[in-house]
Design a protein around this ligand. Structure first.
Ligand code: G4P
Length: 532
């Protein structure tokens, strides 16, 4: 296979959902269709509930699939699927935000009984920021679901993306009868727990085909026909160009637990989802099929062995091919580094990658060199657009309880913030650093790690901060905007801080104050995301 063929067959994506919408269930079915696990239900049965990284590693040993804590990789229908794993718990959603910068598309799962939930909205903001193409799967149709048109209307309103239904359900809950596919005018009759995941698929001539009346209950069929007519009248047909621009989302309906509609989703997804997209660097746009290797670090994970303080940097390959042992340039420092493979860290020789292509995710040993957003490049000096920092929502001041360990505390905080485990703010008006996190559980992890890995005992104290916003002059060339910036700085000194890169951050005490400063300083921006 040529380099280009290898790259074009990659599909790198993440599943985005609110907890409990069915991500684990659908992931498992995907792996099963990909032949990566022999028995769907195996993972859940084995672990009781959710599977964790170590469970994945166990699966890897048993089934010989390539697994890292960051990506599940398996061949399917001539493609190489890279499903970038995202932490299930919403308190670690910052990791998910970052993972979304490493994918080419996203699959949004929605619980059809509940509609769009909070976590999905937050994650979709990130997708929108990057114009990531998204596909929507309305799950749990075997439960009493909201009206399909109302569900799509909510997606359009709340998530800000136009919906193009590719299937529509016939009935729901106990009366769920199947779905109609507009892709090829077929009906898929609902069969719980179908062995093949294919279901009973029948070709028809259109939604008015009289054969449908023989197969479906009249009441639900009428409901479906009405909805289908409305949908066809009011909603646009699927347009791949719009989808690739992130303006339109194809929508599917099904039931993950019953393995119904999942294969159809995967097949249709693989057919339209983008192969590795070009990446924007400060210097130029880099096409995935270029011959020379480039990549960027989107996640850093501390090794499970705290004594060695080893870390793994996860790199999204942006162009070309990576070969194990190759020397590349770490652009930020200008140093030559030799790339060792990820899974060496997992003590499983079989999983060591010998080569990887644009679209793949590799984990490399990090001796403390890498930071999130770093670029690696075979020869050329390139700086890929940085991964944004996301406005944290919980804040703590950090007090050292053992004064002799000040250096260790500083080092721990610095390294943990480089790793992306927390954001670190230095108030302009005092010496006590403030930690900002997206999920409150992150604090427990940080406190534990600072004590265990850096030997510094510390105390966290809540800070009365509502949100952090990066303050920038809308137009840096505008003298008035710069004056505004200086005035704002003087007026709000006690609520201002610098982030780890020295950018000005407003630690905003409440929503009302934010609205006031936005009104009073129209030439300033108070950004929720910040790209380094
Ligand atoms: P998550 O990873 O997004 O958090 O969701 P997960 O797959 O763990 O699913 C959450 C719950 O929803 C699970 O039930 C799962 O069985 C159920 N579920 C997933 N898809 C469907 C579906 O299509 N229909 C129905 N009716 N339920 C679905 P649980 O009781 O929490 O766990 P378990 O006892 O089934 O393991």
């Amino acid at each position: 296979m040529t380099l280009e063929e290898e790259i074009l067959r990659r599909r790198t994506f993440a599943i985005v959902s609110h907890p409990d919408a069915g991500k684990t269930t659908i992931t498992e079915k995907f792996l099963w269709f990909g032949g990566a696990i022999r028995e769907a239900g195996h993972v859940r049965a084995k672990t009781g509930k959710k599977f964790t990284t170590s469970d994945w590693m166990k699966i890897e040993q048993q089934r010989g699939i390539s697994v890292s804590s960051s990506v599940l990789s398996f061949p399917y229908s001539g493609c190489q699927i890279n499903l970038v794993d995202t932490p299930g718990h919403q308190d670690f959603s910052e990791d998910t935000y970052r993972a979304l910068t490493a994918v080419d598309s996203a699959l949004v799962l929605i619980d059809s009984a509940k509609g769009v939930e909070l976590q999905t909205m937050k994650l979709m903001e990130v997708c929108r920021l990057r114009k990531t193409p998204i596909t929507v799967f309305m799950n749990k149709m075997d439960r009493d679901a909201l009206d399909p048109l109302a569900l799509m209307d909510e997606v359009e309103r709340v998530l800000g993306v136009q919906c193009a239904p590719r299937t529509l359900p016939i009935g729901n809950g106990k009366a769920f009868q199947g779905v109609y596919s507009f892709i090829d005018d077929t009906v898929h009759l609902f069969q719980p727990e179908s062995d093949t995941g294919e279901g009973d698929i029948r070709k028809v001539t259109g939604i008015d085909d009289p054969k449908l009346d023989e197969w479906f209950d009249a009441k639900y069929l009428k409901e479906f026909r009405d909805q289908a007519e409305l949908a066809m009248g009011a909603m646009p047909p699927f347009d791949r160009e719009k989808y690739l621009r992130g303006d339109q989302a194809p929508v599917y309906f099904g039931s993950g637990i019953s393995n119904f509609g999942v294969k159809h989703l995967l097949d249709s997804f693989v057919a339209v989802a983008p192969s590795p997209m070009p990446r924007h660097a400060r210097e130029r746009e880099v096409a995935a099929t270029e011959e020379k290797f480039t990549g960027f670090v989107f996640k850093i994970q501390a090794n499970t062995d705290p004594k060695h303080r080893d870390r793994v940097a996860f790199v999204r390959v942006c162009s070309g091919k990576f070969t194990r042992g190759e020397r590349v340039v770490h652009v930020r420092t200008g140093r030559q580094v030799r790339l060792a493979a990820p899974t060496a860290m997992m003590a499983n020789d079989r999983a060591i990658l010998e080569e990887a292509f644009a679209g793949d995710i590799i984990g490399i040993h990090d001796p403390g060199l890498y930071s999130i957003s770093d670029t690696l490049s075979e020869t050329e000096t390139l700086n890929f657009d940085g991964i944004p920092d996301f406005a944290p929502e919980h804040f703590s001041k950090v007090y050292l309880t053992d004064p002799l360990k000040s250096k260790q505390l500083q080092q721990g905080l610095r390294q943990l913030s480089e790793e992306g485990a927390t954001q670190l703010f230095y108030p302009l008006s005092g010496p006590i650093p403030v930690l900002g996190v997206v999920g409150v559980l992150q604090f427990d992890v940080i406190k534990f790690r600072i004590e265990e890995e850096y030997g510094a005992k510390c105390r966290f104290e809540g800070a009365s901060i509502w949100q952090a916003r990066w303050v920038v002059a809308d137009n840096a060339a505008d003298a008035e905007a710069l004056q505004d910036l200086a005035a704002f700085r003087a007026e709000h000194l006690f609520d201002l801080a610098q982030d780890k890169k020295g950018n000005l951050v407003y630690l905003c005490p409440n929503e009302f104050r934010l609205q006031t400063v936005e009104k009073n300083y129209p030439k300033l921006r108070f950004d929720k995301f910040h790209v380094a």
